[in-house]
Ligand binder design. Sequence first.
Ligand code: 13P
Length: 257
Amino acid sequence: MSRRKIIAGNWKMNMTPSEAVALINTLKPLVATEHADVVFCVPAIDIIPAVEAAKGSNIKIGAQNMYFEEKGAFTGETAPSMLTDAGVTYVIIGHSERREYFGETDEIVNKKVLKAFEHNITPIVCCGETLTQREQGVTIDFVRQQIKIAFLNVTEEQVAKAVIAYEPIWAIGTGKVATTAQAQEVCAAIRDCIAEIYDEVTAEAVRIQYGGSVTAATAAELFSQKDIDGGLVGGASLKPDFGQIVNYDTFKVVDYQ
Ligand code: 13P
């Protein structure tokens, strides 16, 4: 079965609303492709102008977070219906920065994943180990635990539509990209874990991204691995390089040596 690639930019806490519009206008022609889904996950305040700026293009707008309640006294949070009403179709859930700085646990991630599906928003569910965990040889155990809890009570029809982003924490924003073999190994283990919880057919449908210092130079090799269905890109998604990452299959890095 062939899975459609999905390449998402995670802008993190960058770009004011007017900068967001300018960046989308610059990137629009560069990220045009029929070979992959392209998603820009922008700060909450940028969503409305970003949806407007992306109209008529292949760019889908995603959020970087969402609360798991419908509405009410949750100061500062964004409800799922606010996202859908604004035109959002994807949401990043459980990014390691939210886990580290904002106390998100696997249980919170699970509540958010369930709520996203309830509202027909595709969750991009993040997982990934620390450097210590990798050095201790517990990467796969740890990631399996994150996945098992994140998808508790999620049905097989839902999980088949999910996107999982494997992002080793030591590779995020550090310039230290995981080797292709390391990335493929963990993405394959995630697919095996989904097959164990659900079944092979469901596992084959789930799209699994790699994230962590992806650049135009590394994208093609990473994204052509059997179990890697695209990427979640931070820093490089804010630059014209993102066009080369999205078009990794046609873009060639020229070696001038
Ligand atoms: P970088 O691509 O900047 O390493 O960020 C990766 C990331 O955290 C995407 O969610």
